[in-house]
Design a protein around this ligand. Structure first.
Ligand SMILES: Cc1cc2nc3c(=O)[nH]c(=O)nc-3n(C[C@H](O)[C@H](O)[C@H](O)COP(=O)(O)OP(=O)(O)OC[C@H]3O[C@@H](n4cnc5c(N)ncnc54)[C@H](O)[C@@H]3O)c2cc1C
Length: 636
């Protein structure tokens, strides 16, 4: 049985009690410890900066040419916090409750409550760094509402919130780099985790420019390597987002939790053709003012402005009168798919619904809408070549976020002692579905406010500098990684990495996407296994391992996805209930909503690697709810 190490005592006091009792590392001793932080997004960047400020020596790595280019920069809509500035009834409790309920009661109460508690500290910290959040007429920080909540608690900087928050974290990080506390290594890819006597003690990195393997030893390793949404090939994620680092840790003994919980975001620009490399998100904040509709008649090919009001179906408003267009993402996505599957989709492919701002523009004026969403409207216009101020946007769901990730306890420590996991890379606080604007909150909570406390007790019991890079475990890890890249280059087949990835993505979208059933999932497992075989016999990776070789990088990541995709399907197959994003077609209410089975599945599923091609071993963390009543989620 997995030990989540949740402190005892009342929910509202657990975090304070933990901090009061946690072992501290003496300030003078902190400089003796070296910590590896892989990732410079909001989770990794904030952790590296904070741990450097505390006095630890930090080695910080990222794939991009600059920490500022981590995928977090793409986040648009905002970050949640329970400040209750609008005075509309918010509180720490309500943010906690909405998050637990939004996640369909598949997250740990204590973690989620802590998240809601520290949410307010995040805003203070970011404001102090100079993050230019939007403000209201009186000068207070402005808030807007996001899906799944009936209060306005989302802080934002137009549609560039992630960028502004990342610049804030980056400025703190830069200070530590200048002071010599953080050493920054860009253009590095973690190709293995080094475990010595059961403890995480280092990493092997591939220098992406020279192709050299490099060894780094430390007293603990922190992974903040983001999510695995690109397993679907097309997604809103940065193209370099990957599962590789987390999967390497999984292969070294860290359990992987709830891999099948992935979020399909309802408001993305629809895909246009087979040769597209990625999809673009239109922030969820747009659903505050935009109204979602489809023509009432099937196969209606008239332009939207020629479809009279009486012939439009505002299906979210009709079906969910109390939340309307602001239902959570999983609900909005499933409903869009349902409409398109029923032949009411719009646009050239029929896989799109309208998001219409005409009423909001009539009500508030174009200037107001432009101020709120101007950059998003410009982006849409540049991509689609239509003016959303005049013609409704077209949107369709796309892979966006992954709630699954490496299993961590209350201290954010994985099942490998000394390996901590932050941000989207851990299985975290969002259960089976993440509410909008809560990923930035969790990444920054983990990095700024949780890990600085929870790493202390581990380090206090570890001798600093105990393992050096000449340890045999480093040599083994380096040689295995070198062999892997050699093998990839040697296949010399006929299909590109992208072709195979695209094919695997299509399987994942069809069978492990918005709706799943046992027959489809079993079929997917077989198809993924076949594709994996084909990859190793027929992939073509040009170039060499000794320079910047993008095909080789992608091939390495796809090799992991081809194993990981099977784990996702296996996880989905064993969870014979619907919950949050995971709609098992066999388990629906009479109204077609996700039907949970709390008697049998109120747990976290955590998987242990048992060798290439073998079935993973199942572990269970039961979820105890002492403070909230498990209800059927309803947004009607
Ligand atoms: C388009 C878009 C808009 C979004 N908008 C919002 C929003 O408005 N609000 C919200 O709350 N959330 C939003 N999200 C989600 C949110 O942006 C992410 O969940 C969050 O930024 C993830 O942060 P992270 O630090 O965990 O990971 P990331 O930002 O993905 O950073 C990962 C880091 O790890 C590094 N890395 C990865 N693998 C390796 C490896 N093998 N070796 C070395 N380094 C590695 C990368 O280089 C990078 O530095 C959005 C997501 C998208 C795609």
């Amino acid at each position: 049985m997995l030990d989540s190490k949740v402190p005892s005592g009342p929910l509202t006091q657990k975090w304070d009690a933990y901090r009061a009792g946690a072992k501290l590392v003496n300030p003078a001793n902190k400089r003796k410890y070296t910590l590896i932080v892989v990732g410079t997004g909001l989770a990794g960047g904030s952790a590296a900066a904070t741990l450097g400020e505390l006095g630890y020596n930090v080695l910080n790595f990222c794939i991009q040419d600059s920490p500022r280019r981590a995928h977090s920069i793409a986040a648009q809509g905002g970050i949640n916090a329970a400040k209750n500035y609008p005075n509309d009834g918010d509180s720490i409790w309500r943010l906690f409750y909405d998050t637990i309920k939004g996640g369909d009661f598949r997250a740990r109460e204590a973690n989620v409550y802590r998240l809601a508690q520290v949410s307010n500290n995040i805003i203070d910290q970011c404001v102090a760094q100079g993050v230019p959040f939007a403000r209201d007429y009186g000068g207070l920080l402005a808030n807007r509402s996001f899906g799944g909540a009936q209060v306005s608690r989302t802080f934002y900087a137009r549609g560039q919130t992630g960028q502004q928050l990342l610049l804030g974290a980056y400025s703190s990080l830069s200070r530590q780099i200048a002071m010599g506390k953080v050493k920054m290594f860009a253009r590095r890819e973690m190709v293995d985790l080094v475990v010595v006597n059961g403890h995480a003690k280092g990493v092997v990195m591939r220098n992406l420019v020279t192709g050299e393997m490099e060894r780094y030893a430390a007293d603990a390793v922190i992974l903040a390597t983001g999510g695995y949404g690109n397993v679907f090939y097309l997604s809103t994620n940065a193209t370099s987002s990957n599962v590789a680092a987390a999967f390497k840790a999984y292969k070294k003994g860290a359990l992987f939790a709830n891999p099948c919980f992935t979020q399909i975001h309802p408001t993305c620009i629809p895909h246009t053709g087979d040769y597209q490399a990625k999809l673009t998100l239109m922030s969820e904040s747009l659903r505050n003012d935009g109204r979602v509709w489809v023509p009432k008649n099937k196969n209606d090919s008239r332009p939207p402005n020629q479809i009279p009001e009486a012939e439009r179906d505002y299906y979210l408003e009709t079906k969910y009168p109390s939340f309307g267009n602001l239902v959570p993402r999983d609900v909005a996505s499933r409903n869009a798919k349902e409409q398109c599957d029923a032949g009411k989709g719009v646009g050239p492919t029929g896989f799109a619904v309208y998001l219409d701002f005409s009423d909001a523009i009539k009500r508030d004026g174009r200037d107001v809408i432009q101020k709120k969403y101007g950059n998003l409207f410009d982006m849409y216009r540049n991509i689609v070549d239509e003016n959303p101020y005049e013609t409704p946007m077209m949107i369709y769901p796309a892979s966006h976020y992954t709630m699954g990730g490496l299993w961590v306890d209350y201290e954010l420590q994985s099942t490998i002692p000394g390996l901590f996991v932050l941000g989207e890379a851990n299985f975290s606080d969002h259960g089976a579905n993440r509410l909008g604007a809560s990923a930035l909150m969790q990444g920054l909570a983990d990095g700024y406010f949780v890990i600085p406390y929870t790493i202390g007790p581990y380090l206090a019991g570890a001798t600093p500098g105990a393992v050096k890079t000449d340890h045999a475990a480093f040599a083994q890890a380096e040689s295995a990684a070198t062999d892997l890249y050699r093998k990839l280059l040697a296949v010399g087949g006929k299909r590109t990495v992208d072709q195979i990835h695209r094919e695997m993505g299509a399987v994942m979208v069809d069978e492990v996407g918005m709706a799943r059933n046992a027959a489809g999932l079993k079929k997917a497992v077989g198809q993924i296994q076949q594709l994996r075989e084909e990859f190793w016999q027929n992939v073509c990776v040009p170039g060499s391992a000794k320079d910047y070789n993008l095909s080789l990088q992608k091939a390495g990541r796809l090799a992991d996805y081809l194993e990981f995709a099977e784990l996702m399907a296996t996880d989905a197959l064993t969870r014979e209930e619907s919950c949050g994003c995971h709609l098992r077609e066999e388990s629906q209410t009479d109204e077609g909503e996700a039907k949970r089975d709390d008697d049998n599945y109120c747990h976290v599923s955590a998987w242990e690697y048992t060798g290439y091609g073998n079935s993973p071993k199942f572990h269970k963390e039961p979820l105890d709810f002492e403070n909230v009543e498990l209800t059927q989620r309803s947004y009607k």
